[in-house]
Design a protein around this ligand. Sequence first.
Ligand code: FAD
Length: 475
Amino acid sequence: MSKQFDVIVIGGGPGGYIAAIRAAQLGFQVACIDEWKNEKGGPAPGGTCTNVGCIPSKALLQSSEHFEQANHHFADHGIKVSDVSIDVAKMIGRKDTVVKQNNDGILYLFKKNKVSFFHGRGSFAKAVEGGYEIQVAGSANETLTGKQIIIATGSNARALPGTPFDEVKVLSNDGALRINAVPKKLALIGSGVIGLEMGSVWRRLGSEVTILEGLPTFLGAVDEQIAKEAKKAFDKQGLKIELGVKVGEIKTTDAGVSVAYTNAKGEALSLDVDKLIVSIGRVPNTIGLNVEAVGLQLDERGAIVVDGDCKTNLPGVWAVGDVVRGPMLAHKAEEEGVAVAERIAGQHGHVNFNTIPWVIYTSPEIAWVGRTEQQLKADGVKYKAGTFPFLANGRARALGDTTGMVKFLADATTDEILGVHIVGPMASELIAEAVVAMEFKASAEDIARICHAHPSLSEATKEAALAVDKRTLNF
Ligand SMILES: Cc1cc2nc3c(=O)[nH]c(=O)nc-3n(C[C@H](O)[C@H](O)[C@H](O)COP(=O)(O)OP(=O)(O)OC[C@H]3O[C@@H](n4cnc5c(N)ncnc54)[C@H](O)[C@@H]3O)c2cc1C
């Protein structure tokens, strides 16, 4: 006998677990199925984000940043430390504890919201009158029937053709977060968000890190001025980034990995390293979902085809997060999850793709929302720009971190904020003000006239807004 639900969510990452909670809040009987296993084989909901993505990467970035501070910056504050060393096992153990706290937190939230959790793989069995039959294969095999199905099965790391991940020498994000000793030499392929974050972690801990990037421009999606400033900082730190390379044969040897490549000048080179992290993007995941059984439509990339409301080609079947079009970001997945639950309830769930913030958690951090200067030029929009450097911000000086700037782009006629771009300390937190401002269609003048606490990094945001009208007060 199959168990009946109003809503069945397949996948318990940020898209899925949030959709399940919101649907339960709206009064539906909800099931959430997730197959992720912890090292003991138990449930570990939270998806890529919690287990091998956002959360563990930020835990390691924090640990390695403390190490970097102790080694290179404590002395500036008059703090003397000697023999600073890193216990990698302890650092990884702490990261695992943080992950587990988040897994447990989600299980608690399911209980609190009366979401029925099933640990196993969910797949479509067949369409039935008024819904779908979903098979769960896991610790217990179950058959569930749901009137509405939300798919949130996420994504997997993309491997280089012919070079599968062995997670010992050739690592995806998964293995990169479990390295058990500091590699002497580390190479990364791909200088996107994940490459830069992982490269930063291991460089801070003492690896000689080289990032090989196929594209000729560094961080092409980022505002050019901001990307240049970030590159300068990474160069200074010793993070070697080679642009415009063509990767050739990759051989694993007893000693490690040998990567043949041609650099931007056309020279044939090879790099011998202890470990290689491949961070060249992610592919939507529908493995095991048995989409054929119901005729669910996928695109040429393997993503589930959805409309602007996350509706698939099948009635009552929705899809959210990394498995559909749009940026592969946890908060985008969450927003879609909430919106779909609300649409199922007949409400007007809404996701504003123009105000989704982006963050790279390197040091300096990089964060932005809205359009870049190069996009505005390409779109033929007349704009005004204003920048303010952290060098002229009192709090940044007190912190000892004056790298970078805040940059505002506003419409030349209406002064509406079109984009805000930050490279510098706590950019990940500062960007929230810009997101709120853009969501409310604020002008640069609005931010310039708001009282900001002194001394705070957020004063740089206010000053950059003032700079749009060429009237900074502190620069
Ligand atoms: C190293 C790294 C760092 C990142 N850092 C950030 C960051 O700082 N900020 C940010 O916004 N994003 C970050 N991301 C991206 C973020 O992790 C993803 O965008 C987010 O996890 C997508 O959420 P999702 O719910 O769509 O899918 P996922 O988180 O991938 O969750 C999908 C879940 O579905 C389960 N599943 C799949 N198929 C089935 C099935 N058939 N049955 C049952 N369960 C199934 C999977 O096991 C998984 O638990 C990072 C990613 C990586 C790899």
